[in-house]
Ligand binder design. Structure first.
Ligand SMILES: Cc1cc2nc3c(=O)[nH]c(=O)nc-3n(C[C@H](O)[C@H](O)[C@H](O)COP(=O)(O)O)c2cc1C
Length: 327
């Protein structure tokens, strides 16, 4: 059940993909997702050098013999990043699925294709999904406005975005943003997606290396406890609503430039939060699906639970739609 072009293409059991999460999606989390039948994704930029990424890939391979991917996020950073080196490291280490995000993968498509990898490109606009298809990516992930990280500037939610994206491209569409349980999973498939991507929900799992205090924050948070920052620099980001992120918004309102904002919004600040457990040490990406988090299960329990729930929902819907259902 739930076999799609995505499960076929990547050789995975369930069309459930763990969204790359800077600092968090390391070997343990990624291997746990892949071992549970999904696809784990390492966030390459967690590692300051390509050499360290290689070490993490080796570690992941020691923990799973299932497929996993590497994400290359290309967004403004405090340090100059040589993306080619990271891509080379992943290809050399035998990773055969690479996800690009943040900007068009055009510059790297030859390197990726020569390396024989399947490419997923993550976008927030249908227009960019079409461009990615034209560039030759194998699958596209489209994220709705609910999602953690960068949901784009157009503010279109998944319910509308998914069917439009599915109609616009021929390659398989994965979708992310707001999915946290079997209901969201089935809804995404019903809308035409062939895989789901979850970031926020995977944050609250036993294998995710978050500080227990951050775990507690996620458990008590409601669907209204996120906000969008970085609109002013045209790089909208959905993060936890905290005093710190509200201060960033205030800075934006005073007309702060990217250079002025970077020390507050940089990934290094969020790393500090993960270490201290203080959500006010930096901005932490978080999606509206946080409202669906009620426990901190193991990855296996989470994925198994989603699949079981999805099976029950599918049976119920099937019965509702069958001619003998009355009406
Ligand atoms: C803590 C956290 C860190 C993230 N870091 C990245 C990242 O480095 N690169 C990236 O492409 N997406 C990043 N994302 C976005 C996820 O990969 C995914 O697109 C998103 O979480 C999906 O929406 P959802 O949170 O509603 O499930 C991050 C998300 C979270 C929650």
């Amino acid at each position: 059940m739930f076999k799609t072009r995505i499960t076929e293409m990547f050789g995975i059991e369930y069309p459930i993909i763990q969204g790359a999460m800077l600092w968090l999606s390391r070997a343990e989390l990624v291997a746990a997702v892949s071992n549970a039948g999904g696809l784990g994704i390492i966030a390459a930029l967690t590692f300051p050098t390509a050499k360290e990424l290689r070490e993490e890939i080796k570690k992941t391979k020691s923990l799973t013999n299932k497929p996993f991917a590497v994400n290359i996020t290309m967004l403004p950073t405090m340090r100059a990043v040589n993306y080619e080196e990271y891509i080379d490291a992943a290809i050399d280490e035998g990773v055969n699925i690479i996800e690009t995000a943040g900007r068009s993968p055009e510059l790297y498509m030859k390197q990726l294709k020569d390396g024989g990898v399947k490419v997923i490109h993550k976008v927030a606009r249908v227009k960019d999904a079409k461009t990615a298809e034209r560039l030759g990516v194998d699958a596209v992930t489209i994220v709705g406005f609910e999602s953690a990280g960068h949901p784009g500037m157009d503010e279109v939610t998944s319910l509308v975005l998914i069917p439009i994206a599915v109609d616009a491209v021929k390659i398989p569409v994965i979708t992310g943003g707001g999915i946290g349980d079997g209901r969201g999973f089935v809804a995404a498939l019903a809308l035409g997606a062939e895989g789901v991507l979850m970031g926020t929900r995977f944050m609250a799992t036993r294998e995710c290396p978050i500080h227990p205090k951050i775990g507690q924050w996620l458990l008590q948070a409601k669907e209204t406890d996120t906000l969008i920052i970085e609109r002013s620099i045209k790089n909208s980001a959905r993060v936890m609503k905290t005093e710190f992120s509200q201060r960033v918004l205030e800075l934006e309102e005073t007309g702060a430039t990217l250079e002025e904002l970077l020390p507050f919004i940089s990934g290094d600040r969020s790393k500090q939060s993960y270490i201290s457990g203080d959500v006010n040490d930096g901005v932490i990406a978080c999606g509206q699906a946080v409202g669906l988090i009620r426990d901190i299960p193991s990855i296996r329990e989470l994925i198994g639970g989603i699949i079981n729930e999805a099976r029950l929902i599918s049976q119920r819907l099937y019965k509702m739609g069958s001619p003998s259902a009355g009406g």
